[in-house]
Design a protein around this ligand. Structure first.
Ligand code: FAD
Length: 302
């Protein structure tokens, strides 16, 4: 019970409002484990309401303008998104509006009021946010700041390192396609209701073909519920180098169900989650290949 709030004796945290990344990191170094970063506070408030202990200090990132910018670097074909960009930015930001699948992913989270306050960085740093599978499929890089140094790490490596929480996430870098290869990106979230509930499952993927129509790149990712987000590396490996007509859908279905270790929770079983994940991914890929002329037998199973 040591991390439960004693409601008769709750001491408000001291709130710090640095205006630069350096100052925020310096404060965290000074205050150590007694301090926590806060962006929109939507997840933290939910956790405090469920009994998680308040920290002694909160370092608000809200006033750090350099963490709010969204830029497209044409030369390096890279999209840079500041960590405190609100989830709702897809409605107004011209650059984000250019990427419909991005808008779809952001729109799938919570409800408008939460999306106005909650941030993209807060979603990632929660370790279970619905955007993690999406950024895994885009092969994003995360830029952290620690002791005055900026460190860039691939999101899959970060997830595998158990998503260390103490560092400040300053921005997310998304490689875009410089070449003319055809690509297809998808994002699907399954919840008990359309929004405003934790996802049962979130799947996302990006497939890229070369000029001979062989799959040249494949990134597939799953998250949702209490499941730690993962990339489906065995399924990706199976797809690589193949043409649409060579894909064995039943085989893809069983590779996904073997590879994805899904947990039971109070609402659905792990085995149901596996089947939904495999069906969604197979349906997405089939849809894409059907469009390009490879109509195949479907393998849906629940
Ligand atoms: C009603 C409701 C519905 C929700 N629905 C969804 C949903 O459908 N899908 C979903 O994924 N989430 C959902 N959430 C959770 C949450 O709103 C989102 O994940 C949101 O993006 C969190 O962002 P935030 O800025 O509010 O994070 P905060 O609450 O400010 O922080 C979350 C965590 O990240 C850390 N943190 C924040 N920013 C940084 C940073 N830049 N660097 C380092 N650490 C940082 C904080 O210390 C904290 O541990 C929901 C929440 C509510 C209240």
């Amino acid at each position: 019970m040591s991390n439960q709030v004693d409601t008769l004796n709750v001491k408000s945290p001291v709130i710090w409002t640095p205006e630069t990344i350096d100052k925020a990191v310096e404060l965290k170094e000074q205050l150590g484990l007694n301090a926590e970063f806060i962006s929109g506070g939507t997840l933290l408030q939910l956790q405090w309401a469920s009994g998680r202990k308040l920290p002694e200090h909160l370092i608000s990132l809200e006033g750090i303008l350099e963490m709010k910018s969204i830029k497209y670097d044409q030369k390096n074909a890279e999209l840079s998104i500041g960590a405190i960009t609100p989830l709702g930015a897809y409605q107004t930001n011209k650059i984000l509006k250019e990427f419909p699948v991005f808008c779809e992913a952001l729109k799938s989270i919570a409800a408008p009021g939460i999306r106005n306050r909650g941030t993209i960085g807060g979603n990632l740093m929660s370790g279970i946010g619905d955007l993690i599978p999406f950024f895994l499929s885009l092969n994003a890089n995360l830029v952290f700041c620690n002791a005055g140094n900026f460190e860039q790490i691939n999101i899959w490596d970060w997830v595998k390192q158990s998503a260390a929480k103490e560092r400040l996430l300053s921005k997310i870098l998304i490689p875009l396609d410089k070449d003319t290869m055809e690509t297809y990106t998808f994002y699907r979230k399954i919840g008990r209701r359309e929004t405003f509930t934790a996802a049962i499952l979130t799947v996302s993927g990006k497939i890229k073909w070369n000029q001979s129509n062989n799959i040249a790149e494949a990134k597939l990712a799953i998250g949702g519920g209490d499941n730690k987000p993962v990339r489906l590396e065995k399924t990706e490996q199976y797809l690589l180098g193949k043409k649409g007509a060579e894909l064995d859908w039943k085989n893809i279905y069983s590779i996904i169900t073997d590879e994805f270790i899904a947990l039971d929770d109070a609402f659905v079983t792990g085995s149901y989650r596996k089947k939904v994940a495999a069906n969604l991914i197979v349906a997405e890929l089939q849809g894409q290949f059907i469009q390009s002329g490879y109509r195949e037998e479907q393998v849906y199973e629940i």
